[in-house]
Write a protein that binds this ligand. Structure first.
Ligand code: PEP
Ligand code: MG
Length: 326
């Protein structure tokens, strides 16, 4: 099977009826780039920059960050790279950053919330990203956005840094896109409003599932409630994709669900544009994609969201479908 998949390394990601999608890689550091190429990724859909901060004994400088981002962007030779601003907080801590203890860190000052409270650190990262944008096709993505106010504030700071760099004569990439993660249920519900203010969405199912089901993604005692195929989660995903398309923007997914065999046909049926996953999953999903004719999937999304009542029903729905196509 692995040998069969390997043949797809330089092939496009297409369905049996010739519909084209993007399969991208999630990375944590520029050192992950060989795996990205070996597995034929068509983009980097998520670069988790917090590792740059975590693998360091002090805040990485603007130049350190610029070099890391540039390396990844140049390494993709014009293919898109989505870089997420730091997602510190929650379960991710820095020894050199003394942050207040919180009762519920996953519901506390995490990701964009932390960036907006520490503007100087945020601005340093944004300048490094803007400078790196000149070396290819960059998308800057904000994590954990829950309100339009947060998005607008983050964008205003980004634009302010951009103007200052332009005034200094620094070149900024023409293809720069600005997007957000959809991983807070509030943002998924209002996706139609958010879609008017960004160039793309990327659905972070790891968090979207935990926040929708109110089940800690790392707690075994509630793992039975962590249900990717629960119709409630699927409705939020479908609403997000529909809202993106109605407003003329693209929608990807960079949570684990994007590389999951059972989730995949449901996402394809919803018309998700980009699937970003660990590099080692890419060829498996590309091979699976080739088996599906989108015409046969027309009803699947609606059934999974509005007819099924449980996650188990949806697993069965997909398993039956898989038996038919194999
Ligand atoms: C997610 O929440 O799905 C996601 C991709 O972000 P992280 O796993 O880094 O929280
Ligand atoms: Mg997340």
């Amino acid at each position: 099977q692995k040998a069969e998949w390997q043949k797809l390394k330089d092939e496009p990601s297409v369905t049996a009826d010739g519909k084209k999608f993007t399969i991208a890689a999630n990375i944590g550091t520029p050192n992950d780039m060989p795996g990205v190429h070996e597995n034929g990724a068509e983009a980097v859909g998520l670069y988790r920059t917090e590792f740059l901060y975590m693998d360091s004994s002090d805040f990485p400088t603007e130049d350190d960050q610029f070099e890391a981002y540039k390396k990844v962007i140049e390494g993709m030779n014009g293919k898109q790279v989505i870089i997420r601003t730091m997602d510190i907080g929650g379960d991710k801590h820095l020894d050199y950053w003394d942050l207040p203890q919180e009762m519920n860190p996953f519901l506390g000052v995490r990701a964009i919330r932390l960036s907006l409270k520490n503007e100087k650190i945020f601005r340093t990262q944004l300048r490094a990203l803007l400078r790196a944008s000149a070396y290819g096709k960059l998308g800057i993505m904000f994590p954990m956005i829950g309100t339009l106010a947060e998005l607008r504030q983050a964008k205003a700071i980004l634009n302010d840094e951009k103007q200052k760099l332009i005034e200094k004569g620094v070149k900024i990439g023409d293809d720069l896109q600005v997007g957000m993660m959809i991983e807070v249920p509030a943002a998924a519900v209002l996706a139609d409003q958010f879609a008017k203010e960004v160039d793309f969405f990327s659905i972070g199912t790891n968090d979207l599932i935990q926040y929708t089901m109110a089940a800690d993604r790392g707690n075994d005692n509630v793992s039975y409630l962590y249900q990717p195929y629960n119709p409630s989660v699927l409705r939020l995903i479908k609403h997000t994709i529909d809202a993106a398309h109605e407003n003329g923007i693209w929608c990807g997914m960079c949570g684990e669900a994007a590389g999951d065999n059972t989730m995949f046909p449901i996402l394809l049926s919803m018309g998700l544009d980009e699937y970003s996953m660990s590099a080692t999953s890419i060829l498996r999903i590309r091979s699976l994609m080739k088996k599906f004719d989108t015409k046969d999937l027309k009803e699947l999304a609606n059934e999974a969201c509005f007819v099924s009542e449980t996650a188990e029903e949806n697993e069965k729905l997909v398993n039956d479908l898989m038996k038919k196509i194999n």
